[in-house]
Design a binder for this molecule. Structure first.
Ligand SMILES: C[S@@+](CC[C@H](N)C(=O)[O-])C[C@H]1O[C@@H](n2cnc3c(N)ncnc32)[C@H](O)[C@@H]1O
Length: 461
């Protein structure tokens, strides 16, 4: 068994088998291994790792430090696409064979690395993990940025869409890329998601002699060709100014507070959105609309007749997992929607076109907000709605609202009066035109006007 176990690590218990050393290596630089790692590697009876790490190990064997430590060529276990088979072979050599095995892993093996896979087959007391800095830590350090407020996602052996969903609203993020999901594929997916970024950096082959760091923009990321062994750093609006702890959060990412630093909240004032001639849903009405939409965590939402896009933007901010389409026929208004979404870092797909024709190419919705377009648009929304879905529509005119409630089932009239101060310091209320909010379909159990009741312990409160 190798000597030099750091005193902080617990001694292996059990049947007296070998140790599985998991040595982090950044890039191909085994020369940077700490003394305990170097000693373990020199004394191991097997060396395991990916092709890149094993090649680096073979090169290292000729180093003076390796020779001094008594390192010699030993049998290897090479990682294949079948990670389970790899860790199984490692475990068999160490546990059944009773000898030490060194696994060479990239960066910090506990961070999107091999430690998790090894734990499936090896008791954690048999592991000795000696990490190098993670590629993510090194990427941010190369850029001179803190990263305790960054969201990190991996597209290595995982679906790219999941990584995009995790990072698209983050103020600051890093994505680990891979041969199947290289940086340019991430760029194209982020463009499709309508993400707005202030800084994109592709940090490739960190720790290797040919390391590169390219600061570019999203278009260049999507159009380029990059080394798959990269960390892509993404900084959204406000991210370069964010101070981590300074944002008032004790968590290490901005998932909890969202990109605007707000807790779960909606109903921003109209002035928060660029709009043309008052074409923006009023703050209080928007709050009711979001409530009636009963947004699911994931799914597809259409905002039809989006105007300023305020409803689409708030839905996307409240539920980042939703795929939000804002349909607007007026080209200038559509540009305003895109600008509002970009300013908030909201993932909104803007569709410039006339509904219902423009809906043909969109995926069927789970939620629809109809802010304009008349009965043909409402009919199309209801027809395309997925099972369990819901449509919410607003009307100023009672006649059209009455038609819609026949179709959807529920209606409230919302009257808002805002207080303003008089010159003598007193307050007066100014009423706005009432708005009819109509929603459905609803099941028979739902009482008119108040939305769905929730059962607690089988009883209605
Ligand atoms: C399975 S993950 C391992 C991450 C590793 N545990 C860490 O802490 O860096 C593999 C991904 O990490 C990133 N990566 C690892 N080494 C890198 C390097 N030297 N330069 C850039 N990215 C690297 C790449 O995105 C690669 O696809």
């Amino acid at each position: 068994m190798a000597e030099g176990i750091p005193p902080t690590l617990s001694v292996v218990t059990g049947d007296g088998g070998g140790i599985v050393w998991v040595l982090g290596v950044l890039g191909d630089n085994l020369g940077a291994l700490e003394p305990a790692a170097r000693k373990a590697l020199a004394q191991a009876r097997y060396v395991a790792g990916g092709r890149r790490q094993l090649a680096a190990w073979r090169t290292w064997l000729a180093d003076r430090a390796a020779l001094e430590a008594g390192a010699r060529a030993v049998p290897t276990i090479e990682m294949t696409d079948d990670a389970d088979d790899f860790v199984q072979q490692v475990a068999q050599r160490a546990v059944d064979g009773g000898v030490d095995v060194c696994v060479l892993a990239s960066g910090d093996p506990g961070f999107f690395g091999l430690t998790r896979a090894l734990l499936r087959v090896v008791d954690r007391h048999r592991l000795r993990v000696l990490p190098a800095p993670s590629s993510v830590a090194v990427a941010f350090s190369r850029l001179g940025l803190p990263w305790d407020d960054a969201v990190v996602a991996s597209a290595h052996g995982r679906p790219l869409a999941d990584a995009v969903r995790s990072v698209r609203l983050a103020r600051k993020a890093a994505v680990l890329t891979s041969p199947e999901n290289p940086p340019q594929a991430l760029g194209r997916a982020l463009l499709d998601a309508g993400v707005n970024l202030d800084l994109v950096a592709v940090c490739s082959r960190l720790g290797c002699a040919d390391e590169t760091v390219h600061e570019i923009d999203l278009l260049a990321l999507a159009a380029g060709r990059f080394d798959p062994l990269s960390v892509v750093v993404l900084v959204g609006p406000g991210g370069l100014q964010s101070l981590g702890w300074g944002v008032g959060s004790s968590v290490s990412s901005d998932v909890e507070t969202g990109p605007s630093g707000r807790a779960l909240a909606w109903g921003l004032p109209e002035s928060a959105f660029t709009h043309r001639g008052g074409m923006v849903t009023k703050s209080e009405i928007r709050s009711v609309i979001l409530g009636k939409l009963a947004l699911p965590a994931v799914g597809v939402l259409w905002d039809l007749g989006a105007g300023s896009g305020s409803v689409a933007v708030e839905c996307a901010l409240v539920c980042p997992g939703l795929t939000v389409f804002a349909v607007e026929q007026d080209e200038q208004a559509a540009a305003v929607v895109a600008a509002n979404a970009a300013r908030f870092g909201a993932g909104v797909h803007v569709v410039t076109g006339h509904a219902p024709e423009a809906l043909g190419a969109l995926p069927d919705p789970d939620r629809v907000f109809v802010g304009g377009g008349g009965s043909t648009v409402l009919d199309a929304a209801v027809r395309r709605l997925r099972p369990g879905g819901r449509v919410v529509a607003t009307f100023a005119a009672l006649g059209r609202a009455a038609e819609a409630v026949e179709q959807l089932g529920r209606l409230v009239q919302v009257s808002v009066a805002r207080a303003s101060q008089l010159p003598d310091g007193g307050w007066r209320l100014t009423g706005a035109n009432p708005v009819f909010v109509v929603w459905g379909p609803v099941d028979d159990e739902e009482p008119p006007g108040v939305g769905r009741d929730v059962e607690i312990d089988g009883r209605r409160p």
